[in-house]
Design a protein around this ligand. Sequence first.
Ligand SMILES: Cc1cc2nc3c(=O)[nH]c(=O)nc-3n(C[C@H](O)[C@H](O)[C@H](O)COP(=O)(O)O)c2cc1C
Length: 190
Amino acid sequence: MAILHNPVVDAILARRSIRAFQPDRPLTADELETLLACGFAAPSGMNLQSWHLVVVQDQALLEEINQGFIAMVKSRPSLPPIMVERLKNPNYSVFFRASAEILVCCDATRGPTNSAHLAENVVLAAQSLGLGTCFIGGVLDFFKTPEGAPYLKRLQIPEGFEPMYFLSVGVPAESPDARPRDLTKVTYIR
Ligand SMILES: Cc1cc2nc3c(=O)[nH]c(=O)nc-3n(C[C@H](O)[C@H](O)[C@H](O)COP(=O)(O)O)c2cc1C
């Protein structure tokens, strides 16, 4: 057996979560439009398209959320080692200072599945355009605190929709190795 290569397969296999981005390089309007078009092209049950995106390029707002998140994390009695390591960097941002954040939301009555398809389309389209992405789910805990809750309004999430994760998007400033994958998680019935 061998893996067959084409541009789509190669983009899927080359994608990594990117946590360092080239500063001062906003997404172009065409890049953003392409990412959104690819996201909205995702399949959804009964074509319900039960998703909503919030594109955030207001870096001041993102930094406010980041600082609130850091304060919340630092107030915890213990931190996972990865967070201890990340917080040693005085320039750390939970968003990794990406050019843009795309907040993926789902219709609360429909659940997250369709929106996850959309998100993966965005991520793979970004890879194919030479852009890097990272899913950012950890920050959502901040919005459940009294300090963080007001930001849900500022993010203009429509009534009835829930945030799932942000997608950090920008031009990569790192090229990490692939993280291990377990290729045995499959059953064949022949
Ligand atoms: C739903 C979801 C939430 C994630 N949240 C975070 C996050 O908050 N911060 C982070 O650095 N990476 C986050 N990640 C990235 C994962 O850590 C990453 O996908 C995984 O380690 C595999 O690495 P790879 O994406 O480079 O293949 C998230 C990924 C997913 C799918």
